[in-house]
Design a protein around this ligand. Structure first.
Ligand SMILES: [Cu+2]
Length: 228
């Protein structure tokens, strides 16, 4: 009987949701006025936490865009890149986060990549210079992305000590590093306003996967655009 009670109690405890942690990001010196959408906030548990459970995510290719533009995933997760356009696409990254290249692939097909390292992966298409996305690979299941008004909310965060970390596409690495903050979660919490400066950010162009400039007109006619 005691055993049963204990079992019931521990099941109940496991089912109890953790706290909601919310806040609001405010962009200062903003290059693009009006929207604070797409800032990623995550909490890394103190100590030596177990790695988060990996998941399956989708970065859609549609209307010559990657959707969503900012995707956050726990480390070890798989991202599918379905091509939902009537033309060929590619997805690659040659930045430090995790280099990869899906190769060129046909309309209606998909490619998948598993991201095994924590970091920021900037994703491009080798045919269309304007296509870009960012995959933020985090070592934690506790993350959220800000809405256009800057608000964010992390759900089911267990009580404990965390480091809060932030990624914003138009902030420098040193600006973001300075925003790291230790927090203690003990029930629902409001972190208040988090101001992120875009000062010093330079929007750099990028090369194609061969390190060359993109051609002025994408070669997207014919069955194998981009290939001779
Ligand atoms: Cu493309």
């Amino acid at each position: 009987m005691t055993f049963r009670l204990l079992t019931c109690f521990s099941l109940l405890a496991a089912a109890l949701p953790g706290a909601a942690v919310q806040g609001k990001v405010e962009l200062t010196d903003a290059k693009k006025k009006g929207s604070a959408e797409g800032v990623v906030i995550w909490l890394v548990p103190a100590g030596a936490p177990r790695p988060p459970a990996p998941g399956k995510f989708t970065l859609d290719q549609r209307n010559k865009r990657f959707i969503p533009h900012i995707l956050t995933i726990p480390v070890g997760s798989q991202v599918d890149f379905p091509n939902n356009d009537p033309i060929f696409h590619n997805a690659f990254s040659n930045f430090a986060g995790q280099p990869f290249d899906t190769g060129l692939y046909a309309p209606g097909t998909s490619q998948k990549i598993i991201f095994r390292r924590e970091g920021v992966v900037r994703v491009f298409c080798n045919i269309h210079a304007h296509m870009s996305a960012v995959i933020v690979v985090v070592p934690s299941p506790f993350y959220a992305t800000s809405k256009a008004n800057g608000t964010f909310r992390l759900e089911n965060v267990p009580d404990g000590e965390y480091t809060m970390r932030i990624f914003h596409e138009r902030a420098t690495e040193s600006t973001l590093a300075a925003l790291d903050r230790k927090i203690t979660v003990s029930g629902d919490a409001d972190l208040g306003a988090i101001r992120i400066s875009e000062t010093g950010y330079l929007e750099l162009g990028h090369k194609n996967k061969h390190g060359k400039d993109y051609p002025a007109v994408p070669a997207e006619s014919g069955p194998y655009p981009g290939k001779k």
